[in-house]
Design a protein around this ligand. Structure first.
Ligand SMILES: NC(=O)c1ccc[n+]([C@@H]2O[C@H](COP(=O)([O-])OP(=O)(O)OC[C@H]3O[C@@H](n4cnc5c(N)ncnc54)[C@H](OP(=O)(O)O)[C@@H]3O)[C@@H](O)[C@H]2O)c1
Ligand SMILES: *[C@@H]1O[C@H](CO)[C@@H](O)[C@H](O)[C@H]1NC(C)=O
Ligand SMILES: *[C@@H]1O[C@H](CO)[C@@H](O)[C@H](O)[C@H]1NC(C)=O
Ligand SMILES: *[C@@H]1O[C@H](CO)[C@@H](O)[C@H](O)[C@H]1NC(C)=O
Ligand SMILES: *[C@@H]1O[C@H](CO)[C@@H](O)[C@H](O)[C@H]1NC(C)=O
Length: 330
């Protein structure tokens, strides 16, 4: 006699018991995810502050803009797709009653676009209190080149923000104390950035997105170091696994299991919490060069905090984005 007893061993009841078990596990797991999701509860206001957010037309960026609008901030949405940007802006103004929401065209994958955008901002804005590098692009299975001949993921996620930060640094210094927030990702753990192959256009098919997020963390750490003493803080974050547009390029048939797995991901609103925390919280006013997850400081792996490697990435990136003598140095 077994220690358990199956009351009615027909297949239907076994399957329904199994299904019940699976659903219970799924339910408990979802509850656990909700419970551990870091939330920025503070009611702190952002009246009189200007926040520049890249990729604010969708996903986490849009939720970040929506929340900051409700806190009274003046918001510059730096976007590539005007259609969705206009829709997002209208919706945010309607919901928040805050009319100080502006859209500026920015394609981070194009150095020309980044330069035009930065010129415009430099001329039209008197200060930036928070710069949020949020925009991101992933297309692991279809490698393309930017107009500048750079692998598209690295061009959008690393080189664009690197160039933009340089071109806005004078304005940021004028605005100090101010903050730079970089939306990176825990998936940096899945790869290593090869410093001998910084424009991986013909190699490493699967790793481009992870590599660009690895570069985000290295860039943030080096930027924080270079900006020490300027009252400009730089912090990085992982937003969590979020059900957003970033998965839109996952091809068939991988998109089928993906649709199921995404049911466990956080919402974009939950995904915006750590960005909001780093943009607004008094707790991190004097903190720089740190990495956050669920609104809490989080450790980085030893292989990503090696300073000599950050310096190499910095120097090589400066060449790839063609920084000139006339451009500001950081
Ligand atoms: N979702 C996750 O699970 C997850 C996890 C870790 C980190 N992240 C990071 O979170 C950030 C936000 O992503 P998301 O999840 O909210 O995805 P999303 O909904 O796809 O949003 C990405 C945003 O970036 C913009 N963008 C893409 N390429 C651009 C370019 N060349 N120039 C200007 N903007 C560009 C997109 O604009 P278009 O609408 O024009 O494409 C969109 O607004 C990214 O940095 C991503 O790497 C996300
Ligand atoms: C790959 O991307 C290019 C440029 O965006 C696009 O024209 C092409 O249709 C894509 N190919 C596939 C197989 O998705
Ligand atoms: C920004 O504008 C100031 C003058 O307002 C100018 O001195 C500076 O060179 C400009 N910076 C860039 C990167 O264009
Ligand atoms: C940074 O802020 C401190 C405290 O407000 C101030 O004393 C100092 O002069 C500032 N430094 C710079 C470089 O602006
Ligand atoms: C931040 O630094 C300033 C000056 O260096 C100090 O006056 C202030 O108390 C610090 N704030 C926090 C929250 O640590």
């Amino acid at each position: 006699m077994a220690w358990y007893e199956i009351p009615n061993t027909n297949a239907v009841s076994i399957y329904s018991a199994l299904l019940f078990g699976v659903l219970t596990v799924v339910f408990v797991f979802r509850l656990w995810l909700k419970a551990t999701c870091g939330k920025f509860e503070s009611k702190v206001r952002m009246d009189g502050k200007t926040v520049l957010i890249t990729g604010a037309n969708s996903g986490i960026g849009k939720e970040t803009a929506r929340d900051l609008a409700k806190r009274g901030a003046r918001i510059i949405m730096a976007c590539r797709t005007m259609e969705t940007a206009n829709k997002a802006r209208d919706q945010i103004i309607k919901e928040s009653g805050n009319e100080n929401i502006f859209i500026k065209k920015l394609d981070l994958s194009s150095q020309k676009s980044v330069r035009e955008f930065a010129d415009d901002i430099n001329k039209s804005e008197s200060k930036i209190d928070v710069l949020i590098h949020n925009a991101g692009y992933a297309n692991t299975f279809n490698k393309t080149k930017s107009v500048d001949g750079i692998e598209m993921t690295m061009a959008t996620n690393h080189y664009g923000p690197f160039l933009l930060t340089h071109l806005l640094i004078d304005l940021l210094k004028k605005s100090a104390p101010c903050r730079i927030v970089i939306v990176a990702s825990e998936c940096y753990r899945f790869c290593r950035l090869n410093l001998k192959n910084l424009n991986p256009i013909d190699t490493m098919p699967g790793y481009l997105y992870y590599v660009s997020k690895f570069a985000n963390v290295m860039f943030g750490l080096e930027l924080a170091r270079r900006l020490k003493g300027t009252n400009i803080t730089v912090n990085m974050l992982h937003p969590g696994m979020i059900d957003s547009g970033i998965w839109r390029n996952v091809p068939f048939p991988l998109n089928i299991p993906m649709a199921f797995i995404k049911g466990f991901f956080k919402t974009t609103e939950e995904g915006a919490q750590t960005s909001l925390f780093l943009a607004c919280s008094e707790d991190v006013k004097n903190i720089s060069g740190k990495y956050y997850l669920d609104c809490k400081e989080w450790d980085l792996q030893p292989y990503i905090i090696e300073e000599d490697k950050h310096k190499i990435l910095w120097e090589e990136s400066a060449k790839i984005v063609k920084l000139t003598e006339k451009d500001p140095k950081i």
